[in-house]
Design a protein around this ligand. Structure first.
Ligand code: HSE
Length: 426
């Protein structure tokens, strides 16, 4: 039986889950895979998990060097998060010829290229299933089954916190209460701004671009917009029009150009992504030959994410020296967000004065913007400006931005307008 010694660094939510699953499933893993995964060392700066999990003193350490430098450890599991100490730990582990398993999407988004180089030089593997979609086996599905086809695009609901908040908002709960509830459930990042401002999703888009397209993107090439500007009102109107609003991570290669972005999106209710609710995540991948493939499951939470880490431990243990080489990176032009072509949902707060709606639509007409639907809802009659929703036919965002600027200059609207692309999955 192959024996693998593992060192876990970081005993927070996911680390605790990994410890529990490995203890509980050790015998079954032995049985199924002829593999004995032994927790050799656990490291954390706090003693609370040691106490809670009843970890023996000779197995526990506060010093990560005792894990990354240990001669008898085969795989280091990094579950610290962030890009500082986690980076040092990962680099040191790989340089010391230890395989690395991580859930750290920020680290892979910012330092993935470098870490992959180090892993190739040292002939060790990096497992990162838990970094995207929590417990959903999306990375292994892409690597093992989908890459035989040419992947052309992916779209995903990749942040459980945002999806949970948007679901609660669609039931009339306001944003801050919904965020508090997500934090209480343990879905949110230590700093929830990374969830809300879309950066967590952008990190996952970057990891998926590495996996699907062999592309190392600069984070600034992924247009990123969070969910803070979306209101319950927008969700209600979109629903009545046949759409759900979700925070989507989208990337596609079209005519040799890459489109990569994160933003609230209107999804037609007949697309399965529109039914993904609460903390669930889902990723829809399109590839030649196979067509669409969708994976769905818990995108956050202790045991689902820990299950992805443990599955990586088994995969990496069994792969032995079948390490991934540092493939030649593809170079590609990135489409700027303002150049995307889409249908759009626009919410403008039009000043409640005679003729203003006509003036707004006539400016849109001057820019050759074709209106599909316009809805004026007088729910907020006491306000000096009334929300008007306009659905456009397909156009370049740049043109729409110019038209909105002209409307603003004519003092026809109050506040910033909200513009949300409609995803047609073409
Ligand atoms: N904060 C993340 C989420 C956890 O809400 O999806 C998993 O990356």
């Amino acid at each position: 039986m192959k024996k693998i010694n593992v060192g876990i660094i970081g005993l927070g939510t996911i680390g605790t889950g990994v410890y529990k699953i490995l203890k509980e499933r050790r015998a079954s893993i032995k049985d199924k895979y002829n593999l004995d995964i032994n927790i050799k060392k656990c490291c954390d700066i706090s003693l609370s998990s040691k106490r809670k999990l009843k970890i023996k003193t000779d197995v526990f350490t506060k010093d990560f060097k005792e894990v990354v430098q240990a001669k008898d450890i085969d795989i280091v599991v990094e579950l610290i998060g962030g890009t500082n100490i986690a980076y040092t730990i990962s680099k040191e582990a790989l340089k010391n010829k230890k395989h690395l398993v991580t859930a750290n999407k920020a680290l892979l988004a910012h330092k993935g290229k470098e870490l992959r180089k180090i892993s190739a030089v040292n002939k060790v593997n990096i497992g990162y299933e838990a970094s995207v979609g929590g417990g959903i086996p999306i990375i292994s599905s892409i690597k093992d089954s989908l890459l035989i086809n040419k992947i052309t695009s992916f779209c995903g609901i990749l942040n459980g916190t945002c999806n949970y908040i948007l679901t609660l908002m669609s039931n009339g709960i306001d944003f801050s209460k919904a965020l508090g509830m997500a934090q209480k459930e343990g879905f949110a990042e230590a700093d929830p701004t990374l969830d809300i401002n879309g950066k967590d999703t952008a990190h996952k888009v970057s990891v998926l671009c590495q996996t699907c397209f062999n592309l190392n993107l600069d984070m600034k090439d992924i247009y990123t917009q969070g969910i803070k500007e979306v209101t319950s009102y927008d969700i209600e109107i979109a629903k009545n029009l046949g759409y759900e609003i979700k925070l989507l991570g989208i990337s596609r290669i079209k005519k040799n150009k890459l489109d990569a972005r994160v933003h609230p999106t209107l999804i037609p209710q007949n697309n399965p992504l529109s039914n993904v609710e609460n903390e669930f995540n889902a990723v829809l991948v399109n590839s030649k030959n196979l067509g669409p493939f969708m994976a769905y499951g818990y995108g956050a939470g202790m045991l689902p994410t820990a299950s992805a880490v443990v599955s990586d431990l088994i995969r990496v243990s069994r792969a032995g020296n079948l390490y991934e080489t540092d493939k030649d990176e593809i170079k590609i032009d990135v489409i700027k967000f303002e150049n995307i072509k889409s249908r759009f949902y626009i919410r403008m707060m039009i000043k409640d004065e005679p003729g203003n709606l006509g003036k707004v639509t006539s400016i849109l007409g001057k820019y050759k913007i074709n209106i599909d639907k316009a809805i004026q809802n007088n729910k907020n009659l006491k306000l000096k400006a009334i929300p008007v929703i306009i659905m456009t036919k397909s156009l370049e965002l740049k043109v729409l931005n110019k038209a909105i600027l002209a409307i603003k200059k004519n003092k026809l609207i109050q506040n910033e307008s909200l513009v949300i692309p409609v995803e047609d999955f073409a």
